[in-house]
Design a protein around this ligand. Sequence first.
Ligand code: AMP
Length: 290
Amino acid sequence: MTIKIFSMEVIKTIDSVRSMVKAARVKGKKIGLVPTMGALHTGHVSLIEAAVKKCEFVVVSIFVNPTQFRPGEDFEKYPRPLEADLDICKKAGVHVVFVPTSEQMYPGTNLTWINVEKLTEPLCGRARPGHFRGVTTICAKLFNIIAPDIAFFGQKDAQQATIIRRMVADLNMPLEIIVCPTVREPDGLAVSSRNRYLNKQQRQDATHIYKSLMKCQEIVKAGKIDTYEIITEMRKVLQQKSSIEIEYISIVNAETLEVIDMIVGKVLVAVAVKLGPARLIDNILIDTYK
Ligand code: AMP
């Protein structure tokens, strides 16, 4: 019988995390990175589990990245339950949790930014200009610091995953990106750190986000593919709850994120709403060729 004795390191500085990862790489271990902002939940755990399966050395970064928040967004109130997060990481088999300070990640005025064009403009890019520039810049920094073989992202943030893949391809970054499926609550709501902002009623109303996506799937299965008609039906589902303020319902080509008229091929159906204090997003992928 083998007993697994497991120790997890919590590291705050770039130098230390670099040397820990280097030691693992020298031993021939495959390095996996799961970048997060913390407030970990079952969605994050699914990424960690995928990383543990594929890699012998798994780093989870926890950093609420200020440059991806716009003024007036929830940067200050974003939940930071570090002890609970570390517990989750330990149980999931993480080797290193990298928890840098803002001073470590942005020691001076940042003059260098990564900006992926076009893909950052539609969907969430419209309401959150500059958001994806912050995301790609912090991911590029993390990729440079950790130098993972594989980085794991969630389909929940579909536009983010598409943009990161494109950055990696365009800049010849030497790593693989794996995108894991969206983890949902039993009633369909996509698990999110921001669900904690909802009161009981808002939490119930939030199920209509997934219901609207299921409505789309149902219509497509029935053979209708006109996106204007589908969006109209999806809007009706969301409007059943007056607490829901629709930011967008978009049906786009899953790779280019360009708006399409007909659902043909690989398609991303994405929704963003405001619900009380929370801005929530969700999506499904439809592939008519499958
Ligand atoms: P965040 O901490 O919100 O920046 O998310 C960190 C990573 O977890 C991102 O790649 C997200 O797409 C992913 N993620 C967040 N929620 C979910 C979910 N419900 N299912 C799968 N992945 C998720």
